[in-house]
Write a new protein. Structure first.
Length: 315
């Protein structure tokens, strides 16, 4: 039976279809003859208790030079859709948070939203990982410069990063004797008023920061190791890292077994976890990527598997 899929995302004209995981989901929906409509955060509004939506219904094809056409532009409400995907890229700012509140009004009507808006809001992508202390490296979260300096003095080689960053932005490595340590801490903490994360540096980053995708808590059989470019400590593709597929290790699978049941319980149906060596470092719940890279190299159909899962739970 055909479904009407609504997708909250960045403007459709702004994406890179060759790499965009949301676009992979659209192609999978097209293969199932589902109707696809897209909207931005600005297209969501609330009239009393009704989520109203301005959306464009589109057709897509796997052609980077001509990847979509608009069929029509409509104004309706959440009941127009059988399912809504929240696939807006960060920054995770107040507008993003307000959108999760609005999407909960769709859930009140019985319209499934994935990932679950309340869980997206509650599960900060860096702090959420700390709910699994058996999986993570030594880490501290603080806005206190003295605490952060003491952590760096204990572990010597550390990574500092903001709690709301994405794509490797504003990530700093500090080693013993670094004359920029104090100014980095002052800048990131906004003079001690903003909490940040400090993490022991993991030398295994040289072999890549591996993104592992999970569908309803179950891992895809291979991950994408994002290997830093020369002179870099960040493996993020957005920071110039290169993606190399690799099979999951026993440790990877063990980490997934620790995290997966919690993801499932929280309605986080499509998630990307990041693993460096033996350690979980982040749990990405907003708009995980790397579908297209893994599909191309491993012959997977990750988006198709995800839509199979959605089909199994939709009314």
């Amino acid at each position: 039976m055909t479904k009407h899929l609504g997708i909250v995302m960045d403007p459709i004209e702004s994406i890179n279809p060759k790499k965009d995981s949301t676009f992979a989901m659209m192609l999978a929906a097209t293969r199932r003859d589902w109707q696809i409509s897209v909207m931005t955060l600005g297209d969501l509004s609330l009239n009393k208790d009704r989520l109203q939506v301005n959306y464009q219904t589109i057709k897509v094809k796997d052609d980077p030079n001509d990847y979509y056409e608009t069929v029509r532009v409509s104004t309706g409400d959440a009941s127009d859709f059988d399912c809504i995907l929240m696939r807006k890229d960060p920054p995770f700012n107040m507008d993003y948070i307000y959108a999760t509140y609005l999407l909960e009004f769709a859930e009140r009507l019985g319209i499934p939203v994935f990932n679950k808006p309340g869980s997206i809001r509650d599960c900060n992508e860096k702090l959420f990982a700390l709910q699994f202390p058996q999986c993570v490296p030594e880490v501290i979260v603080s806005s206190n410069p003295d605490e952060l300096k003491a952590f760096q003095a204990e572990y010597e080689d550390v990574i500092l990063k903001p709690l709301d960053g994405m794509g490797g932005q504003s990530i700093f490595r500090i080693r013993p004797g670094d004359s920029n340590r104090n100014v980095i801490i002052e800048t990131l903490t906004e003079l001690g008023t903003q909490k940040i994360m400090a993490q022991r540096y993991l030398p295994d980053i040289s072999a890549g920061d591996t993104r592992i995708l999970l569908i309803n808590g179950e891992p895809v059989p291979a991950g994408l190791a994002r290997i830093p470019s020369a002179g870099e400590t960040r493996g993020n593709l957005a920071a110039g890292g290169s993606g190399v597929p690799r099979p999951l290790t026993e440790r990877d699978l063990w980490i997934c077994s620790q995290v997966g049941p919690v993801l499932k319980a929280k309605g986080l149906a499509f998630v990307g976890i990041d693993v460096i060596g033996a350690y979980l470092t982040e749990i990405n719940v907003t708009c995980p990527t790397c579908i297209r890279e893994l599909d191309a190299s491993e012959g997977f159909d990750i988006a198709g598997d995800y839509l199979d899962y959605l089909s199994s739970v939709l009314p």
